[in-house]
Design a protein around this ligand. Structure first.
Ligand code: 3PG
Length: 305
């Protein structure tokens, strides 16, 4: 089978090497399309491939239409909002993700960004400490759980809310489970977002929600930019000079947020899963899933059933 690795944001070279040998070891041919700048390159590359490994690459209907032989796409990562899963289903293309494989990398970045923000972006003036602060984790999935684990090392007081995870499972991880999302925002000195972008969550982090945060709170987004109502957050930040917003996904209104000097920071490009370890874990898991699919028909990680 022909397997295309299509990554606008490439994996670390060591990961590409291991993914390739995993697939070639199973008798497949591997094609590589990295750092493409034009959709036409992707449309051309998918033409006769049987499977694809992607990251946040946009797999829209035109890509699926161009890929006549395609049977499976594996998103090497957690979030699959960049793939038109419904249309893929119509075209009989299985879509899978690799849950948990890059979650530690994202969780570690949370703390890299938090220390930076709480120390006033290293401007030389006294900041504060994470120890003893209340950390709110919105969504207790793989990343949220890793954030909770690391937060305990910082001696933070950890709270979480997840609409789909029972409170008992949160408490079992030694984290305070709160009853509602509003309760989480009310209690959190630092609020870390780990929700996927779905019709229910898009723009859900709005004026009313964020305004419940206590004084001097930090809102941190390492999830998806779409979950933030940017217009409303801009309005709130103009009104509340105590609020900080830091994000690993550059908002559309980046220029406007930049006006809030000392209260806003965005990484230049989404960095959460950008570690050799995460690339290796997610990429090799994706290759193994493709091998299992062609060998035994395994679709354990299918997200468009
Ligand atoms: C994910 O959903 O797995 C993370 O957001 C990482 O995405 P990336 O592979 O595009 O960096």
């Amino acid at each position: 089978m022909k397997i295309l690795i299509a990554t606008e944001k490439p994996f670390a070279p060591a990961a590409v090497k291991n993914i390739t040998s995993e697939l070639e070891g199973a008798g497949h041919e591997v094609l590589l399309l990295e750092k493409y700048t034009d959709k036409a390159q992707l449309l051309e590359a998918v033409k006769d491939v049987d499977a694809m490994i992607v990251r946040s690459d946009k797999i829209t209907p035109d890509v699926l239409d161009a890929a006549n032989q395609l049977k499976i796409i594996v998103r090497a990562g957690a979030g699959y909002d960049s793939i038109d899963t419904k249309y893929a289903k119509e075209k009989n293309v299985v879509v899978e993700n690799t849950p948990g494989q890059n979650s530690n990398a994202v969780a570690e970045l949370v703390f890299g960004m938090l220390v930076y923000a709480i120390r006033n972006f290293y401007n030389g003036k006294s900041g504060t400490e994470l120890k003893g602060k209340k950390l709110g984790i919105l969504a207790f999935g793989n990343v949220g759980r890793n954030v909770a684990r690391i937060a305990k090392g910082f001696d933070m007081d950890v709270y979480a809310y997840d609409a789909f995870c029972p409170a008992e499972a949160i408490e079992a991880a030694g984290v305070h489970a709160v009853k509602t999302q509003n309760d989480l925002f009310k209690v959190s000195d630092v609020l870390s977002l780990h929700i996927p972008a779905t019709p229910d969550t898009i723009k859900s982090i709005n004026y009313e929600m964020v305004n419940q945060l206590p004084k001097k709170a930090i809102l941190l987004n390492t999830a998806r930019k779409e979950v933030i109502n940017e217009e409303e957050l801009l309005k709130l930040m103009a009104e509340r000079e105590d609020l900080k917003f830091i994000t690993d996904i550059k908002p559309d209104a980046d220029e406007e947020f930049l006006k809030f000097t000392g209260r806003y920071f965005s990484t230049p490009k989404k960095m959460g899963a950008q570690t050799a370890e995460a690339n290796l874990n997610a990429g090799v898991a994706a290759a193994k899933q493709i091998n299992a699919f062609f060998e035994t028909g395994d679709t354990t990680f299918q997200v468009n059933k």
